[in-house]
Design a protein around this ligand. Sequence first.
Ligand code: GLP
Length: 235
Amino acid sequence: MKLITVSDEEELSRIAADILFTKVKSAKRLVLGLATGKTPQGMYRYLSKYSKECKQTFQHIHTVNLDEYVGSTTYHAYMEEHLFRHIDIPRDQIHIPDGEAASLIEECSKYEQMIKELGGIDLQVLGIGENGHIGFNEPGTSFDARTHVVQLTDSTLKANAKYFVDSEQPKQAITMGIGTILESKEILLLAIGERKANAVKELFKGSLSEDIPATALINHPNVTVLADKGARKLL
Ligand code: GLP
């Protein structure tokens, strides 16, 4: 695992966007795995800015998001607001789990099939939960898990409650599994702030534990972690 140290959120966002934008510019076709949450917002802001300034097309980009709440379009709206409305990506090349699907089980297997048909994910961006979750893979999830429906833990519900001031917070989500995430050719994990320091410490301790889902990344051959000062506090 490679660690890139940055001082703050601004620098992290710019460097993460630089990494993605370099690939967008040079690839003929690219499958990007995307994440939501507060962490990647700055990266999307820079990416949108670069795309506008350089008149860079995203016609050759396919995106696959990590997760969505059940019965909700929260992350669809998030992606639209922070990235998709700022770039010229074709709509049929955007993929986010459908949390409103009539059959969630079917939606999960369709999602897996879709990723396979795309030829897998070239670069997966990840945030990290305070409890070490990636996507919505909560502690205890098997490292072999494929896309599935999860019951969110109290810790995750509490950390994300701020996004649901006007609506009821769903207690379930669809998430890409850890096994699915691990098949990405490259992974970029972003960690900002002291709240993530313990999860980052566990990640770099180097011992695999299903209690800390992010430790599954230890054995992946191409992982880069971008962490600011706060997130590195316990290293
Ligand atoms: C949610 C998302 C994760 C994200 C995490 C951290 O649980 N499903 O993909 O990494 O929150 O969010 P934040 O970046 O807001 O701290």
